[in-house]
Design a binder for this molecule. Structure first.
Ligand code: ZN
Length: 385
């Protein structure tokens, strides 16, 4: 064991006996009482020394026997300890690719805050590498989401879209100007490969005993170029994912409004069918309007999509997707977040299951169902720590 105080959290003394790790309230931890000598020992727990050396140095500093071990236990108990050798064989495989690790350094730091046990960051990264995600849409929102997911270490990112890229699809972080005129799916595939921090694992590679068939989809991100399909998602398109239990997340921009969510956990949270039934109940004219909107969108050449807003939507959607893939339930689970120009206040609203929808979310006891979907589904994210 080579213990290391998590470098992601800044250290500051609150007073002579109390150390605060971290600045922001969401992840900061206060440790005390800590005397000055122990504080000096904390500085040496940086991953370069094994326990024997730490004990020897503590002894040389005049500390009683057992203090180094007790300190390491306390730090681990507070979620502040990492271990330069922890994480098991999957983490070792990640360590073997130093060029990826350097690029993913900030992401590992972030994972170390969420996965609190030593080695949790590398295990989290190894879990991302084994996942497969499908992004539907390669416009200003979809392509950026796909690139971010690949860049954050998700091993399998595929982008589905038709036609050829147009100048209006070009976005920083998304398709570049060289993509214009090329097949969108091809251009997006190249974007994903270039965004990935290292070569993605392949099913054929290695041939070890645990290599099975390609993993099922852990998540589908629906980020259509035409934001109407995110605003009013089509229950027929989603039916297959609902039936097979594949989680899916909607994101898009429509007429100056950006939206992220809901993240649908089939059978546990509201699906596209629930949303449509709810809308029809609230507004009997909805079906008639929707038909006209869809027809108008097919004919219309230019959609309104602010580049700043589309980038924000893509970033937020990708962060929610990563949080879910990492085993958490982000705020878009069963809820939709919207921000409209020019004020851009993000506002969230729950999306409730509808009792007439065949997806069954209305009948499920929600918290228990969420737990089940978040932890045990074959196509879901990996189990948390
Ligand atoms: Zn439903």
């Amino acid at each position: 064991m080579y213990p290391k105080v998590k470098p992601a959290l800044a250290r500051a003394w609150r007073d002579l006996q109390t150390v605060q790790f971290g600045v922001t309230p969401a992840h900061a931890v206060v440790l005390g009482p800590v005397d000055t000598a122990t504080g000096a020992l904390i500085d040496r727990i940086d991953g370069t020394r094994g326990m024997d050396l730490l004990r020897a140095e503590a002894s040389a500093m005049g500390m009683p026997d057992g203090l180094a071990d007790e300190l390491v236990r306390r730090l681990a108990g507070a979620g502040l300890l990492d271990d330069a050798t922890a994480g098991g064989p999957q983490a070792q495989a990640v360590r073997a690719r130093p060029e990826s690790l350097e690029r993913l350094g900030p992401d590992l730091g972030s994972l170390s805050l969420v996965h609190r046990e030593p080695g949790g960051d590398l295990r989290g990264l190894a879990a991302r590498r084994a996942l497969r995600v499908q992004v539907r849409g390669s416009g200003r929102v979809g392509a950026v989401i796909a690139a971010v997911l690949a860049g954050a270490g998700v091993g399998g990112v595929e982008v589905l879209d038709g036609g050829r890229a147009e100048p209006g699809d070009v976005a920083p972080g998304g398709l570049d100007s060289g993509s214009v005129g090329r097949l969108r799916a091809e251009a997006a595939g190249r974007l994903v490969r270039e965004a990935a921090p290292g070569r993605a694992p392949r099913a054929r590679e290695g041939g070890g005993p645990e290599r099975g068939p390609e993993p099922g989809l852990a998540l589908v991100v629906v980020a259509p170029r035409d934001g109407l399909h995110a605003w009013a998602p089509d229950p027929d398109t989603a039916a297959g994912w609902v039936a097979t239990g594949i989680p899916h997340l909607y994101a898009g921009v429509l007429e100056g409004t950006g939206l992220v969510g809901p993240l649908v956990l089939p059978g546990a949270t509201a699906c596209a069918g629930c949303m449509e039934r709810e809308r029809v109940e609230l507004d009997p004219a909805w079906p008639r309007m929707l038909v006209q909107w869809r027809s108008a969108h097919r004919r219309r050449a230019g959609a309104a999509c602010d580049l700043g807003l589309s980038t924000a939507v893509a970033g937020l959607a990708a962060a929610h997707a990563l949080s879910f893939l990492d085993g958490e339930l982000p705020a878009s689970t069963g809820a939709r977040w919207e921000a409209a120009l020019p004020g851009l206040h993000w506002e969230g609203a729950p999306v409730g299951p509808h009792h007439d929808c065949p997806c069954g979310a209305a009948g499920s006891s929600r918290p228990a169902a969420l737990e089940r979907v978040g932890g045990g589904s074959g196509t879901g994210p990996p189990d948390g720590p």
